[in-house]
Write a protein that binds this ligand. Structure first.
Ligand SMILES: [Zn+2]
Length: 316
């Protein structure tokens, strides 16, 4: 069977046809038509579908289902995109718009991209075989998803799961959502960038300032991580605080859910054992269940998580 997945982002529409082994058999990428009516996106999606089906020598009607992942909120019936700011999609009936254009009846599913990524990790990645698992993605923001009883859990009211907006610090830094001290204000790559920039200004003789050529615009999360790896005291102090904040978040999730696996992905996770080593150590020391908590592992699906997860939305 073949399953089509779309991962729509503010830059590109990435699409792929996935088979029963969760391998991507055909791919297509198109620039996202930012600023145009949503129908332009649907046009592109349809031409990507035709092109990939032709490449595999199958008819579009042979697709078992079509899944769409978007970076934003979805209505509880999973038909409409309520708010995907990066796409400028506000209350868009995306499922119906795609169905209307299909030559044949094919089921169409819609999900938030973090949920799609979680599903991909469940079927083919770090959460495979899990009854209870969590995916956290540490990027510009913090996303994530939840597996309960072996299935994607989209909230008791079907509003979604917003790991990144659990409040970690009372009156903490302002979050894009309007609240203060959300997990993502303290555990995202953006936090590392902010601290790195401040360090460049405050410590002009540090390794991190030299790495950025004393230009705060050159600081990204990797700058901080690389300088910490190289032993720069300023970067090490920032990174240690980051690990500590992330450990608090992970310990809270463990206290609530006692998951078998917490998979961590996103840009910051590329720090590898430099992150996972001290994180596990700190969670061991802080966690309510002591050392008896589930595994903390890197996510494995990477950039394909959105496509594979979207394709699997209708997989039964
Ligand atoms: Zn928030």
């Amino acid at each position: 069977m073949f399953y089509l997945g779309y991962d729509i982002g503010g830059t590109n529409i990435a699409a792929g046809i996935v088979d029963d082994t969760f391998a991507i058999r055909a791919r297509s990428t198109a620039p996202f038509p930012l600023g145009e009516p949503y129908e332009a996106t649907v046009d592109l999606m349809l031409s990507q579908m035709e092109q990939m089906c032709a490449q595999l020598g199958i008819a579009c009607s042979e697709l078992a289902c079509i899944g769409i992942a978007v970076p934003g909120s979805i209505d509880p019936s999973c038909q409409r995109v309520i708010n995907a700011h990066n796409l400028r999609f506000y209350d868009v009936p995306l499922v119906q718009a795609v169905k209307d254009r299909l030559p044949e009846e094919v089921p169409v599913y819609l999900a938030n991209d973090a949920n799609a990524a979680t599903l991909a990790e469940l079927r083919a990645g770090a959460l495979k075989g899990c009854s209870t698992g969590v995916l956290m993605t540490l990027g510009t923001g913090v996303g994530g998803g939840l597996i309960l009883n072996g299935q994607l859990f989209n909230g008791g009211m079907n509003n979604g799961v917003e790991l990144g907006h659990m409040i970690l610090q009372h009156n903490g830094p302002a979050c894009t959502c309007g609240a203060n001290g959300c997990l993502e204000t303290l555990c995202s790559a953006t936090w590392l960038v902010q601290q790195g920039k401040r360090a460049v200004e405050e410590y002009p003789n540090s390794h991190i300032a030299a790495a950025a050529q004393n230009d705060i615009r050159r600081v990204d999360a990797k700058t901080v991580i690389d300088c910490a790896k190289a032993g720069d005291a300023v970067a090490l102090a920032i990174f240690a605080r980051y690990v500590s904040q992330l450990s608090d978040a992970v310990c809270s999730i463990i206290a609530l859910l006692d998951p078998e696996v917490i998979a961590i992905g996103g840009g910051v996770s590329h720090a590898g054992n430099f992150l996972f080593g001290p994180l596990r150590k700190q969670v061991d020391a802080t966690c309510f269940f002591g050392m008896h908590h589930g595994k903390i592992v890197p996510a494995v699906m990477g950039n394909d998580a959105g496509i594979v997860g979207a394709a699997m939305l209708g997989y039964r």
